[in-house]
Structures are given as structure tokens and as C-alpha cells.
Design a protein around this ligand. Structure first.
Ligand code: UN1
Length: 513
């Protein structure tokens, strides 16, 4: 039955010829090597796509450039209308695309649908924004002068996305880039190429129906070499990259080397502080969802719990009891809480973390392990684990993309917990569980959390699209999605206009001829 529904989903998403490698999506000139996509759900091959050669890449870039010259002339609210139509098609395809996300990436069906919902939400946001790409008007210091600023389309935006959010992260970037008048060239993760083909097909339909140039949305499947072509390419003023800190450091240096702009969303090492005034029930739900949701493969996943010593044992026992309730199995069955990791390499990293935490002096509280047997044939299903550890352990300082949660104890005031929380290289998401106003405000103050996201009585994951999403330090500093994140996708210009017959100089400088 599973096979059937996935095949149906693929058909609905217009992914044809999945077995001969020609399912490369619209406006894709790929003629390179074949990339096979395997599902971590059952280990089976879903399909094949063709990757791009350097010559293919040049064709894509020519198509994108030609499209930009035309698209930038379209008034922004009309570009918003294009994104509105894209959002409508996503609504129609929510079930099919969500299912494919769940099957190719391995997250639960609920989360697969949730990810498509994030795409729909950002489209709605972008449509409204398309009438609000505001600049300011300033008062000139010179008489008879007017000064204002405006935002122009930037050009080609290169999007490099990760496997864990195989469709939403692209949409956060693309929907904003499009209303800003930019065109997009997308290099998705090699682990989720079919999700990308599906998205590209959906947008290609919108483009065709509106008689627009197809280069507005381009897809290139391939490995890191495609990433290198993008980052080195002077024709791409902005690279938006999501992935590991290791990858981000390379992208940042290469793009900075040509003085391009980069928007980086890299690793997190997210913690929840649990104070003596925390609501315990909410804490457990928030922590467990944060740690095991998406099998711990969100960049916002909860990695560390920093618990006050006075309630430590109580929280610990409640967590152990909650973990016993977790059902691990195919993510396509909505009764299961935890699906597989993306691949066997991820399983290795998970095993390695559990080994290291013990070596470094930690104690396993909830046992991990790789599951085998019926339903676990892919070898990618692991048990969510909990270890008692210290923040100084090398492995605790490191982001392991798996369901491994570290318990850390603090004593004294909330300042001590904040110090532990901030004492890592990453700075994406953070949270405090407390009903104490002083603690909450301290956590949000200048001496509080140093992360891009700081929540009170909410876990670390599951951010809404309306806020700017991103983090500080080794997380890369980029902000995408809501608030004023759109500004990075545009070229800013300050204009001063003199409507007199004199030419007074700024700063009162006299220059008489
Ligand atoms: C990511 O893991 O790359 O806040 C993004 C969240 C999601 C996005 C996560 N809205 O968990």
C-alpha cells in the first residue's frame, strides 16, 4: 500500500521517468552523471535524476540571466501575483509533496505536511510584502533637496539547501527573492533530489501559465562541485546556503573573496534552560519534541537541557518515562513519533556521539542503538538517547544531527544557566522554561541568550515563518524568512534630488568658482 501511495504522489507531482534518470525537472539541462535517490524509510530506490555538467551549468546561468533582465521590469505586486499562484498550487499539492518529503527525507508525515505548510505560509507572506518593499524618505540638510532610498532587484540568487528541510528552505528564499525581482538557481541536497524536482515542476507550471521566462526558477542537481561553481560565480550577487558550519566557512570565504553577499544558516547547538519555576508538563513536551522530532535532524533541534539542581531528578525521571512512550517506525504511519535518520553515514555519526559521550565522562540515561528487523530494513532507524554530560565535553560542543539529548545541571541563579547556554560556538536557537518574570527577562536581556532565536515557554524548534530566522556566531549570522529578511535580496540605493537652481554642498562646504 505504501508503494502505491508514493507512486501516486510522484505521478501527481508530475515526476515522470523516475527510473531512466530523465526526471530532471523543467528548465534543467542536465546531461551529467546519474544520481540515485534512496528512501531511508525502507531503503528502496525511489528514482534517479541527472546531475549537471559544467556546460549544463553555463546553460542554466544564461537562462537565469535572460530571465532576470525581463523579470526585474515586472512591477513587484505583479511578481507577488506569481508567488500567490505558486502558493495556490502548493495548497493543491500539499498531500503529495508532503508525502514525498516524508518518504525521501524520512521525517514524519505530519512534519512533511508541516514543511509544505511553511512553504504556503511564506508565499502568503511574500505576496503581502510585494506591496511593501519600502525604503525611507529622509529630510535633506540642504534647501530644495529631497532624499530617499529605494530597493531594486539584485539579480541571480544562488540557493544551496540541506536534506533536512528539502523543500521549505528553498521556498523561504525563493518566494522572497521572486517578489524582490530576482531569479533563483537552486542546488538542493544530493540526498533529496526528487523533492527538488517536484518543487521545480510546480513552479515551472506557474511560469508557463503566465508566459514568463523559465529561467526565473532554475534547478541544478549535483554534488559539491556545483556548489563551487555557484560560490565562485561573479554573476551571482547573493548565495544563500544552509548546512554545516564546515561548509558555511568555505562558502563564506569564497563568496567574500569576490565581495559577494552570503546568507548563511549553519549549525546550531540549541539548549532549553529549565528553572525551578518551570511548568514541568510543558517542559517535557517541548524538550521531547525538540530532541526527537525530525529524528533530531533540525538545525533547531534541542541538543542540551540545562536543568536546575533542585528539580533535576524530577525532570530526568519524567523524561525517561516520556522516552519509553516513543514509537519508532515508518514516518508514513502517523502513529509513529520518530522516523529514520537520513542515511547510514548519519547512523555512524550518531553511534560515534554515543561512544564519545561515555569516553568523555558522560553517563547514558536512555540507551541508544540501531534498530533491526521488521520495518527497520533500511538500517537508518535509531533509538533516541539521553546522556548526562558536561557542557565542556568536546562532543557536547559539537552538533550531532541525530536524536541525542544531553542533560546538564546548574546551580544557583539563572545567570549560571545562561552562561552554560552561551558557552558553545553556535548561536541559533535557545529557550527558557519558567514562570518567573525576572528569569525570563534576564534570559532575553543584553546579558541573556546570545542566539538569533530566544524563546520563553516554547521549545527551540518549530519557528514560525513570520520572524527572521537565523543565528549568530558559527551559525553564520544570516536571517531569512520573515520580518525584514527580504532586504538582503535587494540592491539598496540612496537618492538625493536637487530641485533648485543652486548647488549647495553638504556639510556647508563652500566651493566658489
Ligand atoms: C532547519 O532545520 O534547517 O524552526 C530549519 C524550525 C523550522 C525550521 C528549521 N521552522 O524548526
Amino acid at each position: 500500500e505504501l508503494e502505491f501511495t508514493i507512486q501516486e504522489a510522484l505521478k501527481e507531482l508530475n515526476i515522470k521517468d523516475i527510473n531512466d534518470g530523465t526526471s530532471t525537472g523543467q528548465n534543467n539541462f542536465s546531461s551529467g552523471e546519474i544520481l540515485e535517490s534512496y528512501s531511508p524509510v525502507d531503503g528502496k530506490q525511489i528514482g534517479k535524476v541527472k546531475t549537471a555538467t559544467e556546460a549544463d551549468y553555463e546553460k542554466v546561468m544564461a537562462s537565469a540571466h535572460a530571465a532576470f533582465l525581463e523579470f526585474r521590469l515586472m512591477p513587484a505586486p505583479q511578481r507577488g501575483e506569481i508567488v500567490r499562484q505558486f502558493g495556490e498550487k502548493l495548497r493543491k499539492n500539499k498531500k503529495a509533496l508532503g508525502k514525498l518529503v516524508s518518504y525521501e527525507m524520512g521525517k514524519s508525515l505530519q512534519e512533511g505536511y508541516g514543511e509544505v505548510q511553511e512553504m504556503i505560509d511564506i508565499c502568503d507572506f511574500a505576496v503581502g510584502l510585494s506591496r511593501q518593499l519600502h525604503g525611507l524618505t529622509m529630510h535633506s540638510e540642504r534647501p530644495g533637496h529631497r532624499m530617499y532610498e529605494q530597493y531594486h532587484p539584485l539579480g541571480i540568487v544562488g540557493i544551496i539547501s540541506a536534506f533536512n528541510f528539502p523543500v521549505a528552505v528553498w521556498a523561504w528564499n525563493a518566494a522572497l527573492a521572486w517578489i524582490c525581482g530576482d531569479v533563483c538557481v537552486w542546488k538542493p541536497s544530493e540526498k533529496t533530489p526528487l523533492c527538488a524536482v517536484a518543487c521545480q515542476n510546480i513552479m515551472a507550471e506557474v511560469i508557463k501559465e503566465n508566459n514568463l521566462p523559465e529561467g526565473i526558477s532554475c534547478l541544478i542537481n549535483g554534488d559539491y562541485k556545483i556548489g563551487e561553481l555557484l560560490t565562485n560565480d561573479k554573476r551571482i550577487p547573493l548565495i544563500s546556503a544552509t548546512g554545516s558550519t564546515r561548509m558555511g566557512k568555505i562558502v563564506a570565504q569564497v563568496v567574500a573573496g569576490r565581495l559577494g553577499k552570503s546568507l548563511l544558516e549553519l549549525g546550531g547547538n540549541n539548549a532549553i534552560i529549565v528553572t525551578p519555576d518551570a511548568d514541568l508538563k510543558m517542559t517535557i513536551i517541548g524538550a521531547v519534541f525538540g530532541a526527537v522530532g525530525t529524528a533530531g535532524q533540525r538545525c533547531t533541534s534541542t541538543r542540551r537541557l540545562i536543568i536546575h539542581e533542585s528539580i533535576y531528578d524530577k525532570v530526568k525521571e519524567a523524561l525517561v518515562a516520556a522516552y519509553k512512550q516513543l514509537r519508532i517506525g515508518t514516518p508514513l504511519d502517523e502513529k509513529n513519533h520518530v522516523g529514520p535518520l537520513i542515511d547510514k553515514q548519519a547512523v555512524e555519526l550518531y553511534n560515534d556521539a554515543l561512544k564519545k559521550v561515555v569516553e568523555q565522562g558522560g553517563k547514558i540515561l536512555v540507551d541508544g542503538g540501531v534498530l533491526s528487523g521488521d520495518g527497520y530494513e533500511s538500517g537508518c532507524y535509531v533509538k533516541p538517547a539521553i546522556a548526562e554530560a558536561d557542557n565542556s565535553f568536546e562532543i557536547v560542543q559539537h552538533e550531532t544531527f541525530a536524536p541525542v539529548l544531553y542533560l546538564l545541571k546548574y546551580s544557583g541563579t539563572v545567570e549560571n544557566a545562561i552562561e552554560v547556554q552561551n558557552n558553545v560556538a553556535q548561536g541559533l536557537s535557545s529557550a527558557i522554561m519558567t514562570n518567573n518574570l525576572r528569569e525570563a527577562e534576564m534570559f532575553l536581556s543584553v546579558t541573556g541568550s546570545d542566539c538569533g532565536i530566544a524563546n520563553v515557554n516554547i521549545g527551540t524548534s518549530g519557528a514560525e515563518i513570520g520572524g527572521a530566522f537565523g543565528g549568530e556566531k558559527e551559525t553564520g549570522g544570516g536571517r531569512e524568512s520573515g520580518s525584514d529578511a527580504w532586504k538582503i535580496y535587494m540592491r539598496r540605493q540612496t537618492n538625493t534630488i536637487n530641485y533648485t537652481t543652486n548647488l549647495p554642498l553638504a556639510q556647508g562646504i563652500k566651493f566658489d568658482l
